[in-house]
Structures are given as structure tokens and as C-alpha cells.
Design a protein around this ligand. Structure first.
Ligand SMILES: *Cc1c(COP(=O)(O)O)cnc(C)c1O
Length: 476
């Protein structure tokens, strides 16, 4: 029941001033080291919150909760929260390996070591140590890219969307680009092929239908204005049934006969043939290059498992023109991305090492038995904790590659389904999400679900601690 107006006025009058709260708060060891400006802001916001509470349609607050000590305690908690980084490491228990909302790929240890070294020191970023003259920042990765993919030349920009943009801007501005209607895709996070096309000033020439596109559709659309034939990997969906697409080889042959370059946007490019690991076949960058594609574009942080970047590999004559485009300066990657990307590429020289050391590849190719064993270890830890308070079930689960890659791929995994008496799954989910580090799972049938595919061994203890905290909470 809301307080009556007289009570409200009395309560508002009881609220202490900022200075009086600060006098109690500042000597408190719990806020030691927190800048004064943060404390002042926390006190102001706490008082504003209490004022709004009193004036709002809420149950009345007690007079004791308005004294300096009580307000200072609230402000201390607020200030401590404000000191936590906004971007924080999280535990991914969703089973989606390349989870865009959770930062896509984790870097390999080798990349992290190098990142630390290059970020904290001067480097030869654009300095040629052999000649003592100015060098190119891309020389660190171009030769490696060519070595791995078999391409003549390569370039790295900010992300794959930028890679597609700069290709179109360089080679197709005010001219036509032919794309199959079945490939006018939208990738999450507002990458839409037609929109990128419009931004680049290229004109989209759609051919075929949603489900069927023939060689003759491309052929009939080719005219003096045609700048490129573009093939876009269908990334996050698949069309089945009565379908027909023109193969890359056919498109390359067509482009050759009309002297029109062919571009393939692979999106989640991979250097590893996943069918060797019993997973779905995904076209590799090497196979696209070998098919004669003039330019191949792909992401650095999807199936490649490196930092966010957009990679272009292909024929030198086109890549050289793209390098000279002023947009390249606007889309250039920084030294931290560059060094992390170089380290990741170096791992690919030995594919078995890449699969073992690049977390994205390691998780995707991990045998089910290893995931199951991890689920069992976590279950054992939680069972000891719970002593009857937690219901824990192990169940088969389906993990996903994510990141718009391998959409149909169902990766067998194992999950833990957790319930606690007196708690809805929603409140367990919220509690876990608010831990440090946050633990991100999902809800199914009023169970909180942790998929172990994406949980690392050293995170089991952290999850155990979070559940210990959960058990300290009173049921609501
Ligand atoms: C993901 C994707 C992109 C965008 O890549 P970013 O690195 O996220 O910019 C472009 N094209 C395709 C086909 C994709 O799958």
C-alpha cells in the first residue's frame, strides 16, 4: 500500500544530504581505491532512487533504511558495481561454438601471448627491418595467407562485411553485380547483401529464383555494364527440395569466357576440411581459390577461430587495386588484430596443431565422449554441493557451430539440466547471468540447461562456486 502524502513528505525530509552520506562512505574499507567522483555519483544515484521510490507507487520504506549508514551501504554496492568492467569474460554454456553475442571465437594461447607482447611494446608494424624504410602492415600476414590458401595475394580488413564492401566499391562502383536470388542473404547483425551492395554504389542484378538459378540466367544478364559475378555462401540457412544452383566451377568458367571477375563471399571461411572429422563438409578457402575464383572473402573470427577480421585472397591484379582504394585506410585493422591473426595463421601450417590449439576448432572436433566426461565431472561437483537441494540430470544435447556456419550441423553434445526447489528456471538463469564471470545457459521445460560442448575444463570450478552461491540464497 503506498504511503499517504504526509508520510511521503516526512520520509523525503529524512533523506540525508550527499555530504553526510559521503562522510560515512569514504572511510569505509569496502570502497578503498574507488575514485571520489565514482562515490559521489553512486551516492547521488542512490538518493535519487530512494526519492523516486518514496514518490512512486511502492510500499512505504522504513525510516531506518533512510539513515546515512543504510544509504552509504547501498551507495557502496553501487560504486563497487560501477568499478566492474562493462565488457567481461563470460562462460558460454549455450553449446553454440561461434556465438556472435558472446564474442564469437576465443583466441588460441599462442595468439594471446603475441597480442600481449605487441600491444605493450613498439613493433615493426610499418617498418621494414631489412631496409630501415617504411614497410607495409600487411606484410606480416599476406605471405602466410598465400602459403595456406594457394592464392597469389591477400589483404585483411576490419571484418568480412568490410571485405565485401571494399571489393564492390573497388571493382563494381556504378556498374552491375550479378547475384543469384537464392544468395541474397541476411546474416545476423544487419549484414544484408543488397544493403552492402547499395552502400558500395554497385547495382545489384538479381538472377534466377529463390530455389533455382541456372547458368543461362547469369549468361542472359551479362552485358557491357557487368562488373562482377558474385557468389554468396548461404551461411545460416539451407534450401532443400526442388533446387538448382550454379556451381563455383561453372561460374568461374562463365566469368573467364566473358572476362568478368568472379567473387565468392564465403562468410565463415575455413582452412580445414571438416568432413575429415565426421562433420558436415563446408567449402574450404583453398578449394575456392583452386577453382579459380578471382577473390574470396571470409571472416577471421568465425570458423577460422582468430580475431575479428575480414580476409580477401585471390588474384594479385584485383587485390592490388583493392589495396590502393582509399577505403582500405578507413577499414584497416590495428596491430592487435594483426598480430593475433598472424599467430592464428601460423598454427594452420600444421592442421593437426590448428585443430588442437585453436579453441573453436578444438571444440567443434572434440569427440562426444570427452564432452560427456566433462558433463559427468560437473554433475559430480554439483551433486556434492546440492545434497538434495539441487535436481541434476544429464541429457544428450545438440550443439551448434553458430556464426552463420554449418547451419544444418547438429553436433552431438551433453548437457546438465538443473532445478532447485523453490526457484523457477528463469531465476536460476538470471542469477547465473549476474555472476562474475557470468554463466550463460538456457532454459528448457523449467530446467536451467548447461551445454558442456562450449564449457572448458577450468570453468567447472567456477560454475561450482556459482551454484554454491545460489544455494546460499533463500527461495523466493
Ligand atoms: C558472417 C558473414 C558475413 C559478415 O562477416 P563479418 O565478419 O561478421 O563482418 C558476410 N558474408 C557471409 C556469407 C557471412 O556468413
Amino acid at each position: 500500500m503506498p504511503a499517504d502524502p504526509d508520510d511521503r513528505t516526512a520520509l523525503l525530509r529524512r533523506l540525508p544530504g550527499v555530504d553526510r552520506v559521503l562522510a560515512v562512505l569514504e572511510p569505509d574499507l569496502a570502497v578503498k581505491g574507488i575514485p571520489r567522483s565514482v562515490l559521489v555519483k553512486a551516492v547521488r544515484e542512490t538518493l535519487d532512487g530512494l526519492r523516486a521510490h518514496i514518490l512512486g507507487d511502492h510500499p512505504p520504506v522504513s525510516a531506518e533504511s533512510l539513515n546515512e549508514t543504510a544509504v552509504a551501504l547501498r551507495a557502496a554496492r553501487r560504486a563497487q558495481k560501477a568499478m566492474q568492467p562493462n565488457l567481461r569474460a563470460a562462460i558460454n554454456a549455450t553449446g553454440v561454438v561461434v556465438h556472435t553475442n558472446l564474442g564469437r571465437s576465443r583466441l588460441a594461447a599462442a595468439a594471446m601471448d603475441q597480442l600481449r607482447l605487441i600491444a605493450g611494446n613498439y613493433s615493426n608494424l610499418e617498418f621494414d627491418l631489412a631496409t630501415g624504410k617504411r614497410g607495409s602492415r600487411y606484410s606480416a600476414v599476406e605471405a602466410l595467407l598465400c602459403e595456406i590458401t594457394g592464392a597469389e595475394a591477400g589483404l585483411v580488413v576490419n571484418n568480412c562485411a568490410a571485405a565485401v564492401l571494399i571489393v564492390l566499391d573497388t571493382l563494381a562502383r556504378e556498374r552491375e553485380v550479378i547475384v543469384s536470388r537464392g544468395e541474397l542473404v541476411e546474416i545476423g547483425g544487419s549484414f544484408r547483401v543488397p544493403d552492402i551492395m547499395a552502400k558500395s554504389g554497385a547495382r545489384l542484378r538479381e538472377v534466377g529464383t529463390t530455389n533455382r538459378t541456372h547458368r543461362r540466367d547469369y549468361e542472359n544478364a551479362i552485358n557491357a555494364e557487368t562488373a562482377l559475378l558474385l557468389k554468396v555462401h548461404q551461411s545460416n540457412f539451407s534450401i532443400s527440395g526442388f533446387t538448382k544452383a550454379v556451381s563455383l566451377a561453372e561460374l568461374v568458367a562463365l566469368g573467364r569466357s566473358h572476362q568478368i571477375p568472379v567473387v565468392e563471399d564465403l562468410g565463415s571461411g575455413t582452412f580445414i576440411d571438416f568432413s575429415r572429422y565426421g562433420l558436415f563438409p563446408e567449402p574450404t578457402v583453398q578449394s575456392s581459390v583452386a577453382a579459380g575464383t578471382d577473390i574470396v572473402t571470409f571472416s577471421g573470427d568465425k570458423l577460422l577461430g582468430g580475431p575479428q577480421a575480414g580476409v580477401l585472397v585471390g588474384r594479385k591484379r584485383w587485390i592490388d587495386r583493392i589495396k590502393a582504394n582509399p577505403l582500405n585506410r578507413a577499414l584497416r585493422i590495428d596491430k592487435m588484430t594483426l598480430t593475433a591473426f598472424e599467430s592464428t595463421l601460423r598454427l594452420y601450417r600444421d592442421p593437426s596443431r590448428a585443430v588442437a590449439e585453436i579453441p573453436t576448432l578444438r571444440m567443434l572436433t572434440e569427440p562426444l565422449a570427452a564432452t560427456t566426461a566433462r558433463a559427468e565431472r560437473l554433475a559430480a561437483r554439483l551433486e556434492v554441493l546440492g545434497t538434495g537441494q539441487l535436481t541434476i540430470r544429464m541429457a544428450a544435447a545438440v550443439a551448434r557451430a553458430g556464426g552463420g556456419a554449418l547451419p544444418l550441423l547438429e553436433i552431438p553434445s551433453h548437457c546438465l539440466m538443473v532445478q532447485r526447489e523453490g526457484f523457477r528456471a528463469q531465476s536460476i538463469e538470471r542469477f547465473m547471468r549476474r555472476q562474475l564471470p557470468p554463466i550463460i545457459g538456457r532454459i528448457e521445460n523449467d530446467f536451467f540447461i548447461l551445454d558442456l560442448k562450449t564449457v572448458q575444463e577450468d570453468e567447472l570450478a567456477v560454475i561450482e562456486t556459482a551454484f554454491r552461491h545460489l544455494l546460499e540464497k533463500e527461495p523466493q
